[in-house]
Ligand binder design. Structure first.
Ligand SMILES: C[S@@+](CC[C@H](N)C(=O)[O-])C[C@H]1O[C@@H](n2cnc3c(N)ncnc32)[C@H](O)[C@@H]1O
Length: 360
């Protein structure tokens, strides 16, 4: 378990690898600067006692990245690939240090904002789970995303998935998830997804239709993780054409309303990805009770499925994400897959632990 800010920066620096050598180097340098009482300590002073779950190191990196994206940090921008710079692990820290010194108060304010991401790579897991559910029930899908952020994962059926030598989903989509899977989900991959209703909730939703919403989303993507930035940008283009509904609410009250009545002739699917860690134990208990009550009302013609992609690793250790499906009637719970934190790759497990062959 990490506690002091310095420890949190050191821990985060290690865990930015292999995805982001730039952030690993910057956070490592900031950790030493914090320990030495340098400018990083001045910027983060008011957050000294913040819990690790609020990820202060990534809040500060988001603040720096926002200034780069806003063209307020030209020297640091030279090292940020998100704006055409060349990631230079050696030279980025002196530029960041000068920015921290020049904009101490602004950066301290920005570092107070919560990390707010929306990772469409997680559709690698969601699309496979929906294929399984669609095949098993034979019903159209109502998709509800709790902790939906900007609602980008609600457009799951509007993306292309390049799986081996074929493309699933929308082949002409501007968002193409390349090699999203290891193994295959136990479903007919040729079956199109039929999503008849889609909506989400989030206590702090971001609007991808506004410049501010797009800036915030982009600022929390690690600036040298080009693949994730490209995926986000492509998803934002699709969201402009297909805006989704994300209502401002915590999960429990929203679900109480949405799951209040079963809808005959469709399967209700509740999806949550990387949300559980932000929800209090009391609210989680409420959500579990709501699922159980809605599950009791579920029937074969109005079933309920809950799919979660959440960290099953011990606190303070490397994350290990599991994709778990619970289906009603019955409340049967099964592990569908394990996944990388950002969704790709998603590794499907099967009853016999062997890859499922394609059924064209
Ligand atoms: C790491 S983001 C994941 C966003 C999205 N599910 C994804 O996979 O890209 C966690 C989200 O959970 C939201 N959140 C925090 N507390 C919540 C609550 N009580 N109910 C629902 N969502 C919550 C946050 O606002 C944030 O958008």
């Amino acid at each position: 378990m990490t506690h002091s800010l310095t420890d949190q920066f050191r821990w985060q620096a290690r865990h930015c690898l292999p995805g982001s050598p730039l952030y690993a180097a910057l956070l490592g340098a900031m950790a030493e600067d914090l320990a030495a009482g340098g400018v990083t300590a001045a910027v983060m002073e008011r957050y000294r006692d913040d819990p690790p779950t609020s990820v202060p190191p990534l809040r500060l990196m988001g603040a720096l990245h926002r200034m780069v994206l806003e063209r307020r940090a030209p020297e640091l921008a030279l090292h940020f690939p998100s704006v055409g710079g060349t990631a230079s692990v050696r030279n980025a820290w002196p530029a960041a240090q000068r920015l921290l010194t020049r904009h101490t108060e602004d950066l301290a304010d920005l570092a107070g904002r919560p990390v707010q991401t929306n990772d469409v790579g997680r559709c690698a897991a969601l699309v496979g789970a929906l294929l399984v559910i669609g095949q098993r029930t034979g019903l159209p899908i109502r998709l509800f995303d709790i902790g939906a952020s900007a609602g980008l994962n609600l457009n799951v059926d509007r993306y292309a998935y390049a799986v081996d030598n074929r493309t699933l989903g929308r082949p002409d989509s501007s968002l193409r998830l390349q090699s999203p899977w290891r193994n295959y989900p136990a479903a007919d991959l040729g079956r199109p997804l039929d999503i008849v209703e889609r909506a989400g909730c989030d206590p702090f939703p971001l609007d991808p239709g506004t410049a501010e919403g797009r800036l915030t989303l982009t600022s929390y993507v690690w600036a040298d993780w080009t693949e994730r930035l490209e995926r986000l940008r492509a998803a934002l283009v699709i969201a402009a054409e297909h805006p989704t509904t994300v209502e401002t609410s915590r999960a429990a009250p929203w679900l109480a309303h949405r799951l209040g009545w079963p809808r005959t002739g469709s399967v209700t699917v509740v999806w949550h990805s990387v949300v559980w860690q932000y929800i209090t134990l009391a609210e989680r208990a409420d959500i579990d009770a709501l699922f159980a009550a809605a599950g009791d009302r579920a029937t074969d013609t109005a079933p309920l499925a809950v799919v979660g992609m959440e960290n099953a690793g011990e606190a303070g250790t490397r994350s290990r994400f599991e994709v778990v499906l619970t289906s009603w009637p019955g409340g049967h719970r099964e592990l569908l897959a394990t996944a990388a934190g950002h969704g790709i790759p998603t590794t499907w497990v099967t009853a016999h632990g062997t890859p499922t062959p394609y059924r064209a």
